[in-house]
Design a protein around this ligand. Sequence first.
Ligand code: ADP
Ligand code: GLC
Length: 490
Amino acid sequence: MKTKVLMVSPECAPFSKVGGLADMVSSLSKSLAASGCDVRVFTPLYSSIKRDASFKMSVGTLSVHMGMGIEEFSSVWEAELGKAKVYFVEFNRYFDRPGIYNYGGVSYDDNGGRFSFMSRAALDFCEAIGWIPDVIHCHDWATGFVPVYLNTLFRNRPLGRAASVFTIHNMQHQGIFDEGLLRYAGLDGSSVFRPDNCESLGSVNMMKGAIYNSTKITTVSPTYAREIQTPEGGCGLDGVLRFNAADLIGIINGVDLEEWNPETDPNIAANYGISDMSGKGACKADLQRELGLEVDPGVPIFGAVSRLYDQKGLDLLAEIAQALVDNMKIQIAILGNGDPSLEARLSGLAESNPGRIAARIGFHPKLSHKMEAGLDFFLMPSRFEPCGLNQMYSMIYGTLPIVRRTGGLADTVDQYQEGTGKGDGFVFDDPTASALYNTIGWACSTWYDRPGEIAALRRNGMSKDFSWKKSAKMYYQVYEWASDARKFAF
Ligand code: ADP
Ligand code: GLC
């Protein structure tokens, strides 16, 4: 019989996306469905999602049972995602607004209610259509109440037999709210508002509740699985994770190669591959033109596509960008959005260095593909990085990653060994502007002095296997462990 997997997620590409979580949920679902699992994703119908003719109504009226006797009426739509299915819960009071978690840099203050609703709706929906998954795979804090519901309100119902797997994509966001949220969510405070469960420093912590209640916990790289068990990486939950360490597994994300492949990518100026790289030059010229940089094949472009927040360390780049273009013959290109002050700093640098620094503020998926293809070096000076997808996209596109040795970056990029042409990127340790400056300097001298080695590094990265094959198999294994463990719990 097919293994039935329900993914619950606040984002799912290409329908809704803030960052890599959306890509991961979508590509893992497609990969598992292609290998024979019955995979269905449950996610909100945000107003940004365009319902084309391929969408159909799945359930016209779904009543979602919140606490205090509140019954919310919603509808559920469905669409295909490869061989997987996506269900979208439509509930305008919560999801008909701009942005997913925030707008203009400010989080919506009813996020606790919005995502408790999504979590409860996922379970009420399964019961409404009579589909009982073997495993419910939850992603990040927004889905944190799903495992809590399964162990409490649903425990004695058929759905309560489903195992839960909770994937931590980012410890920095935990979903911390007022205790009152439990009443709206319909959860009994006397059983769950405890320091070993959902309570943390007097508030409700959705991620902590998920860690306590899930059958298995995963995170998106082996190194991050270790880092989050330390006080530096655990964001206050390292103790809880150490306590649950036996159930915590780090699995590196794969890449959706239908979406990210320079041989077939329709978003880029020319397709190319490892055996014929000539198209990459056309992509570089196209990017230079589009961003207003001087069109010059000889000058290396260093760039990034990123959320502009503390995690990503691009403030370090802002600090040294002027010195970089003054002292080295290079160009810099940034696509990103987030922290308004960093957006302004980067735009200012671009204005005062026309032709040499470009900054596009905003979220532009097509341009992100053009950047992967047109850049020579991709910068990820992250302070922490659970997995990171862009360094893998870069290697696939023959663009060399320059990364800090942390989380998934440490697990996926192999350090360049000067003089041998071994490795596939440039790795540094200290989260400082000077370490970043020196590493860019090293890459720049390699570009001008050892072009043969640049070509070798590109080939090395392009030959790596970033497909989902291995990691999807590991998730399948985790689902089996979780199902067995759940059976023993009854
Ligand atoms: P994170 O999830 O922490 O943001 P990842 O590297 O896992 O980091 O994934 C980021 C994803 O979001 C990539 O697919 C990247 O291309 C995309 N992305 C980030 N910022 C932008 C942007 N401004 N425009 C388009 N795509 C973006
Ligand atoms: C998070 C992390 C990122 C990871 C992504 C997908 O947003 O910040 O490192 O790649 O999730 O798992």
